[in-house]
Design a protein around this ligand. Structure first.
Ligand code: CO
Length: 134
């Protein structure tokens, strides 16, 4: 059911510093920083030949990544994003299998302007999983 790895998201306290590491130390192509107020984060995308890295920095007081950064002050891998052809069909299949969809279960428009859902890490090998309808 899942297709390509769309991105790996890394949460950081200082996105400018993390962007510089990817751009200058690792020699990667990076995007501009974009505020995503609806998601409580700012993002920078690192474009790799076969996938992307999504750098996330908290935006606002109620950022959903604040708790993660309290536990991992140096930052770390926050989620992985897999592409699916039909996000509603994928959600219904996963729910029927007993997996937990985070939030109200309805897809939201993600950082790429496409519908996304998040799946509970306890059901997926301890990893927060994002599904994106490609
Ligand atoms: Co993501």
């Amino acid at each position: 059911m899942i297709g390509r790895l769309n991105h790996v998201a890394i949460a950081v306290r200082d996105i400018a510093k993390a962007t510089a590491v990817y751009r200058d130390t690792l020699g990667a192509q990076v995007s501009e920083k974009v505020a995503q107020p609806a998601h409580g984060v700012s993002t920078v995308f690192v474009n790799l030949p076969n996938t992307k890295i999504e750098l996330l920095e908290p935006l606002g007081d109620n950022s959903p990544i604040n708790k993660f950064l309290e536990k991992s002050p140096d930052g770390g891998i926050h989620h992985v994003c897999y592409e699916v052809d039909d996000i509603i069909a994928a959600r219904d299949r996963l729910k029927a299998a007993g997996a937990r969809v985070i939030g109200d279960g309805e897809p939201k428009i993600g950082a790429h302007g496409k519908p996304v859902l998040f799946l509970h890490p306890k059901d997926f090998a301890g990893t927060l999983v994002e599904l994106e309808q490609a």
